[in-house]
Design a protein around this ligand. Sequence first.
Ligand code: AHR
Length: 658
Amino acid sequence: MNFIKIAGSILLLITLQTRAQNNSPLVVKADQIKATIQPTMWGIFFEDINFGADGGIYAELIKNRSFEFARPKMGWKVLGKPATEGDFLVINRGNENTNNPRFLRVALHNNAPRSIGLSNEGFRGMGIKKDNRYDFSMLVHCKGDGVKLLLELVNSKDEVIGKQNLLVNTTGDEWKKVSTSFLSTATVANGKFNIWFEGDGEIDVDMISLFPADTWKNRPGGMRADMVQLLADMKPGFIRFPGGCIVEGFDLTRRYQWKKTIGPIEERQLIINRWNTEFANRQAPDYFQTFGLGFFEYFQLAEDVGAEPLPILNCGMACQFNSGEVAPLNQLDPYIQDALDLIEFANGPVTSQWGKVRADMGHAQPFNLKMMGVGNENWGPQYVERLQLFMKAIKSKYPEFKIVSSSGTDPDGGRFNYLNTELRKMKTDFVDEHYYRSPEWFLSNAARYDNYERSSTKIFAGEYAAHVDWDTPGIRRNNWLSALSEAAFMTGLERNADVVEMASYAPLFAHVDGWQWAPDLIWANNLTSYGSPNYQVQKMFSLNKGTHVVPLLQNNSPVSGKDSLYATACIDKKNGELVLKFVNVSGNSVIKDILLEGIKKVPATATQVVLSAPLNTVNSFEHTAAVVPVEKSIMLKSRKVTLQLIPYSFTIYRIKML
Ligand code: AHR
């Protein structure tokens, strides 16, 4: 198996390196500032892939709530026996409502209780919690004397675990929203939701919705609190959104358009999720984007967790692996206008057109957007000429606004080299580099930025993850080997914080029964979620970010791979701490002396945080804490400290600077 090969080759590498152990001490110079670490340094990449948004963090339990999926009744089942053909009729009102054209018309014929109904299966079932409140709502339009609804949550054996009656008695031609709430009596991972219809006449239904009440900040129609909490715990510097390839779309009609993701949810036009059928072996024909988590909710999330928003917009090019179609240059204006309008939506005064829309949605204060990506993984001269037009328009209106530009899909090769040269000539603020590579690549590229071009153009390591061999499936791809090699690589990012100002692992979320792409930072099922070992690494870097890089050297060189060791040092001026990070990728303990220079007095103790495990260890729903940091206090006797770095470990020392 490749995994064994990879692990084996690391071991070989390490054995060779340990034989030639270098005994000169490490030296840290706490009073020599090399670079400022930006508050944005460690962030989050969010894309609706792997049921990350719909079916994931967006807490809606009903799948296909507005009958707009390609197959309009997907996710729904008729309960009982309809009396006549067409009693459950999907009606398409076409131009009358282009954003949400379909609804379901249910014809009733003096139906008795529980004789006819609809059942929704949820995304991969519904996660229901005992004693939790569930909020039901629906748009209706009724003919006749009214219809009695019986709403039921049921478990996988169809036993009722929560119910409520609702009388729908609307008059007139207008659609009305009806709503009610009820409690669940049991916890189940695979619940379903039934609506029974009783009475006579006709009832039209649309936007059938069921939300748990215990969302993040208890926001109605909000996000899953457990999943947001994992993000908040990372204290991310930024959130990149909405992707990823989602930005580009298979073709331009299916690109991500932020204006279609704001305002009342029934007016947000659903599109097919581009990951729906992307991979033949991981098809998800029921994967759509409802945009219930749209751009307003995204800005709000970033604000909630204290992160800078970093939206990525389509640059007039669809995914070059798919259709590759482009908007002609003379038709790029609407794309550029979208970018300008997004800045106004985020920052504009409430008197501006888009600032008013934001205020009407409940956020009069600006979101303080400072940067934006133009294009995701686009390449070639076609990209450069489009980016130039975007940059000209954005910079002339907002000179301080930062632009992130794409360097394509790979961190090297012809396409990358071409863009790297062109983008730097254009003085773009950030180049977005992506690395989905083997653990070995991460180890051997940990010094990538040590001698990198230092110019006004900074690096955004916008998507990265160490990929172990493809025979390893699902959550097992997030093993400690992958996380450890990322930790080693990240020491190089931190050491070069004057070049690299932002970095984010990708992708973020995966539903264990609905993923298309692995590895992923956080795994979720219908009820719970946990951070992978890679999450723990990201979190440790982020929580121990520091404010300034200081030299950590051996024989005057950075510590990047010699004797299996990767290291970096920073000080945290806010906490008055020296923070040392060490990654030992060998199966042996590495014992090293380090001299603490540039601090006035050595404190008696320091804090040590260690993350370590055998290389194939993963976290899982059964063992969420197989790889978690262990913190303890250690004694310091003098300026010379002997470090004992255990096998396969990532260790942080926090030393108070007295
Ligand atoms: O992270 C998954 C995908 O990888 C992203 O959508 C894309 O940008 C990259 O190719």
